[in-house]
Design a protein. Sequence first.
Length: 531
Amino acid sequence: MRKFIFVTGGVVSGLGKGITAASLGRLLKNRGLKITSQKLDPYMNVDPGTMSPYQHGEVFVTEDGAETDLDLGHYERFIDENLTKYSNLTSGRVYWNVLNKERNGEYLGQTVQIIPHVTNEIKEFILKNQNETGADVSIVEIGGTTGDIESQPFLEAIRQLALEVGRRNCLFIHVCLVPYITGSDEFKSKPTQHSVRELQGLGIHPDIIVARSDKEIPKDIREKISLFCNVSPDCVISNTTLPCLYEVPIMLHEQKMDDVVCRELGIEDTKVRLAQWEKLVSYIYARKGEVQIALVGKYVKLHDSYLSIVEALNHASFVAGKNVKIKWIDSDTVTPESAPKIFEDCAGIILPGGFGMRGIEGMINACQYARENHLPYFGICLGMQILVIEFARNVLGLKDANSREFNEEGKHCVIDLMEGQKGVKKGGTMRLGKYPCKVKKSTLMHKAYASDLIEERHRHRYEFSNEYRKQMEQAGLVISGTSPDELLVEAVELSEKENPFFMGVQFHPEFKSRPNKPQPLFVEFVKSCCK
Ligand code: GLN
């Protein structure tokens, strides 16, 4: 079986196309199908790796080290399949590939054009992913909104692909905003009609329309959309804003979306097994009470910058049975004087990853406050580096301790570039993707993972400097995780006697957390905060 589902967006961006696509993926997986997903992004960056978190939210890292769009995180969490470098394609990458081929003479003197060369590159990428994964169904989301100039080559490519693999093997889903006008107490279908017309002008006729709105869309409006957009009535699906994202697959299933998709694609009718997923949602609603955790970072104005961290905390809260409320703290505001007031109503502090100098001193102040006041602290990537710098400054007494990232000429760079990394420039020089880590016995980390060897994903340039390893250990810092050859420090902690949870990890455990498989370190951290 080789089927394709293309998901486009209409009217406005930020509609939750990704959640719709991911939820459909979960439903199809639970019908026994093998699913893969892809996101095609029309922007010109080669990948989102160098984009500011303020512009684009978090960069999601795959096992094989691709820096991808945050929607890929939704796919992994909903569908529970690891994605690869074939899961995200940008216009920048497409043009990069095409221009490289041109320079290498691969087009044999032809005039290189958007059609067919750019569109062929896009089609090849979609087909390659399906071949590599052996999936029954590829769900391909096109970023942006129909009508954007920059997304046209992608839409043209999927139109052609549908023709090539046969219309019966393809399905076009268009996700549109259906606004509600409070004054006249009405839903409006006109923007959807316009958007569908725009898509039809490009040769794509949507098979299913997913109507997004904050409230449930009444039957008469769905019928109107069906009539004017030329789709069967049961192919108009209402996607309402819900308090819990993980409920979306259930909402779509209640409207038989997975049945309709299988029918339209000619996929044999099997029953969807949703009991496990329903149980998960019932745990989510069964949580009682609330624990407040401070998230200290420099990109806190855009919560999407920390999307996987927020989701991993959520997943852990399902196990802990208590809601996690995040107190968003701009690290620039944390001083020794302000810290007691800021953290007085927090049960723990999480310090996620980040790049660059701004806000660093405030992060160190937050870490010091946690250590001195026995507040649970979880440092991730930059958060671990901050922990090490704080420990060096205030326990070892190396007052000028720092990371080479923030002080190139520094005397005590406890976080440094490794030999062989010196002299490198930005871009393409990071440790990315999955690496193994040896876990030391009788540590908090070992207790959490219950394993001697684990694997987690990385995205950083700097490392714990081995020059200070002995000194730090003698002063009480426990090195709980290293690379298998013991050359790289991957995790540090303080003894549980000093603090119930005081840990820093060089990797990003949040990327592997799934609602049905909460990440063990997050679970331990949230449990410590609940005590
Ligand atoms: N800026 C740090 C480094 O490059 C940490 C990166 C991160 O937190 N992802 O090593």
